[in-house]
Every structure is written in structure tokens, then in C-alpha cells.
Ligand binder design. Structure first.
Ligand code: GNR
Ligand code: NI
Length: 172
């Protein structure tokens, strides 16, 4: 079990378009295991590889909050692609482990379909609803250098960034 440091600056790494994974090998699986430990430790419900400084298209998720050890439902997404989104929108209060202390309502498609390679490198397709739909869209955004604050109004983003900078100056 390895807990990796989470990138908490809105810097180059978080603005990088991450590279597709060529082969799902043991090194990729080790990284995903470590990302999962890091996510549970944080705690968070999703984590993209760029948030631990690795600019590859890898995401881990577990949308069951406060899960007991035996009801954990870890999910692994390699090279995820959103292939369909619903017209229906949904609003969730989002946060991000890389922008601690900032929470804002974000409106996104309520449902989506995602294709990806799983832990064993097998191609999969999944229909996502509710919090899972929001979370996978938040994570695929990370792989494209997009942060949830990019989805809110300029006014709200300005206020959020001021708060983020203040919080950061207090903790560093
Ligand atoms: O832990 C997280 N919670 C969360 C809540 C609402 C919408 C998205 C998320 S993802 C976030 C973890 C994170 O930063 N993933 O990139
Ligand atoms: Ni995030």
C-alpha cells in the first residue's frame, strides 16, 4: 500500500492533456492500486493519474461514500471515453482533491456512456447515472486538463480562486 502525494496546485500537470495507455501491464496495475489507496486515504470518490503527477489516461473511482471495508466497490478506467451524454442535466456540489476547500454546484449531463479498458485490459462499456455519471465526467475532464471550476461562472470562479489562494497561503 502506497499513498502518493496529491498535486494541489493548479499547475501544468493538471492542465496537461494526458496520454493514452498503450498496454495494461503490471506497472499500470501497480499505479492503479496505489491511486486507489491514495483516494481512500484522502478520502475521495475518484482520482485521475495526473492528480498524482502521472499524465496518463487512468482513473480510479469508488462512488460508495464511507464504505465499510467489505463493501468497497473500486472501479478502474483506462483510456476512458465518453461516447454518449443525456440531454437531461443534473446538478451536484463538486469538490476536487487538487483544489481543497472549494465546493461549487456544477451542472453536467445526468447520464453518460463510457468506454474504457478495465484492470485486465479488457474493453468495456458502462452506462453511468447519478453520482457515478458526475464523477466519471469530472475525472475524464482531468485527463483533458479541465477542472470543475472551469464549468462555473466567471464571477463564481473568481471568488473561488481568491478563496483557494487564501487557503493555500495559510497552509503553506
Ligand atoms: O472526492 C471527490 N468528490 C467529488 C464530489 C462531487 C463530484 C466529483 C467529485 S471527484 C472528487 C475527487 C477528485 O478530485 N477527483 O478528481
Ligand atoms: Ni478532481
Amino acid at each position: 500500500m502506497t499513498i502518493l502525494p496529491i498535486v494541489k496546485h493548479i499547475n501544468d500537470v493538471l492542465r496537461t492533456i494526458c496520454a493514452p495507455v498503450a498496454t495494461v501491464d503490471d506497472a499500470v496495475r501497480k499505479l492503479m492500486d496505489d491511486m486507489l489507496d491514495t483516494m481512500y486515504d484522502a478520502p475521495g470518490i475518484g482520482l485521475a493519474a495526473c492528480q498524482v503527477g502521472i499524465t496518463q489516461r487512468i482513473v480510479v473511482l469508488d462512488c460508495i461514500r464511507d464504505a465499510e471495508e467489505d463493501e468497497k466497490q473500486p472501479m478502474f478506467f483506462i483510456n476512458p471515453e465518453i461516447t454518449w451524454v443525456s440531454e437531461e442535466q443534473a446538478e451536484y456540489e463538486e469538490g476536487c482533491l487538487s483544489i481543497p476547500g472549494i465546493y461549487e454546484n456544477v451542472t453536467r449531463p445526468a447520464e453518460c456512456k463510457v468506454t474504457f479498458l478495465d484492470y485486465n485490459g479488457q474493453a468495456q462499456e458502462m452506462h453511468c447515472t447519478e453520482l457515478l455519471a458526475t464523477c466519471i465526467q469530472h475525472e475524464v475532464d482531468h485527463l483533458n486538463g479541465v477542472l470543475f471550476i472551469d464549468h462555473i461562472s466567471r464571477l463564481k470562479r473568481g471568488i473561488a480562486m481568491k478563496k483557494y489562494k487564501k487557503l493555500k497561503s495559510e497552509t503553506m
